[in-house]
Design a protein around this ligand. Structure first.
Ligand SMILES: [Zn+2]
Length: 63
């Protein structure tokens, strides 16, 4: 399917880009860390976007 091909291409592009781009690499890992943090702390509860943003800002400030 065209949609699948497109998203696979995008994923491959993103993966190779992240390997060579520190900005996106950090951004990507930051998102991942936040999601894991929220998953472990807020078990199966809906996390408001506001909370994600405030945690994200705290992490960015601490870097
Ligand atoms: Zn980049």
């Amino acid at each position: 399917m065209l949609d699948n091909e497109a998203s696979q291409d995008e994923e491959e592009y993103l993966n190779s880009h992240i390997d060579s781009c520190i900005v996106c690499f950090e951004e990507y890992n930051l998102e991942k860390e936040i999601r894991e943090l929220l998953r472990s702390k807020v078990n199966k509860h809906q996390v408001p976007g506001e909370l994600v943003t405030s945690i994200r800002n705290k992490i960015i400030e601490s870097v």
